[in-house]
Write a protein that binds this ligand. Structure first.
Ligand code: FE
Length: 133
């Protein structure tokens, strides 16, 4: 695994655009059907918009209809950390980048085979690198 990155909230605020800071650091959620990767099917790799760690591949992306980019698996399980999230009166599982701790989205158990998992990820938490992977 790559080394962990640790920065203060104020350091991240200086590095990230305000809308990315809101999602990655303040655990915000972009409105559905607004993100640039919701309807997007180019071949490549999605990396963490905070630290650049490779997280997801286009090969495992699918259209869940949720309004957010959806993947049925990360590139490997060590790229993400899963944390219980009981905010907003719901029991959900938060997905964060394992390298920098940035908030990516949530994972649900209503995905397609073979994993049946749905990684529901904010476009603002990702950058796309064409043709990799
Ligand atoms: Fe990261």
């Amino acid at each position: 695994m790559e080394p962990k990155i640790s920065r203060t909230k104020e350091e991240w605020r200086k590095e990230l655009a305000p809308e990315k800071f809101h999602v990655l650091i303040e655990k915000g959620t972009e409105p559905p059907f607004t993100g640039k990767f919701n309807k997007f099917d180019r071949e490549g790799v999605y990396v963490c918009a905070a630290c650049g760690q490779e997280l997801f591949r286009s090969d495992e992306k699918y259209d869940s209809g949720s309004g957010w980019p959806s993947f049925w698996t990360p590139i490997s399980n060590d790229k993400v950390e899963l944390r219980p999230d009981n905010s907003l009166g719901m029991h959900r599982t938060e997905v964060v980048c394992s390298r920098c701790g940035g908030h990516l989205g949530h994972v649900f158990d209503d995905g397609p085979q073979p994993s049946r998992e749905r990684y529901c990820i904010n476009s603002l938490a990702l950058e796309f690198e064409e043709g990799k992977g």
